[in-house]
Design a protein around this ligand. Structure first.
Ligand code: MG
Length: 161
């Protein structure tokens, strides 16, 4: 059996009055993330971690933010397309460890729904998905509330070639 790991990160700017989506969950907050698509940093970082693990490049190559097709796009589409590509290479997802860097709001009670969404789109058990939330300790773009960031590591494995 062969194993691969991949790393994905994403950062988007916060702006007052925009909707905030994290792992497909609408979060109640005064600010939302600015982006060409729906700016869901969690889904973007997960997509990049999986593409990286499979040696398939990055999200910008697959879904360019200059392409009008992806304007306002639901980022779960990036994820489900990536899962399809992995399947074609006989890759299965082992586990994901996800860190969301956000000064506010507290994300604890959104975690179960985030996991449910990821589990559905990735077609893996919720127990294979770990979610962590960290503040920016009031320093840097995250700590000053100017941006949110996500970091993800993913393990994939191939049972046949
Ligand atoms: Mg992004």
């Amino acid at each position: 059996m062969s194993f691969r790991v991949g790393l994905g990160t994403d950062i988007h700017r916060l702006q007052e009055g925009l909707p905030l989506l994290l792992a497909g969950v609408r979060i109640d907050h005064s600010h939302g993330l600015v982006g060409h698509s729906d700016a869901d940093i969690v889904l973007h970082a997960v997509t990049d971690a999986l593409l990286g693990a499979a040696g398939l490049g990055d999200i910008g190559e697959w879904f360019p933010d200059t392409d009008p097709q992806w304007k306002g796009a639901d980022s779960s589409l990036f994820l489900t397309e990536t899962v399809k590509a992995l399947r074609e290479g006989n890759w299965a997802i082992g586990n994901l460890d996800i860190v969301i860097h956000a000064q506010k709001p507290k994300l604890l009670h959104y975690k179960p729904t985030m996991k449910q969404n990821l589990s559905r789109w990735l077609q893996i058990e919720e127990s294979s998905i770990n979610l962590k939330a960290k503040t920016g300790e009031q320093v840097g773009p995250v700590g000053r509330g100017e941006a949110m960031e996500a970091s993800v590591i993913a393990l994939i494995y191939q049972t046949e070639t």
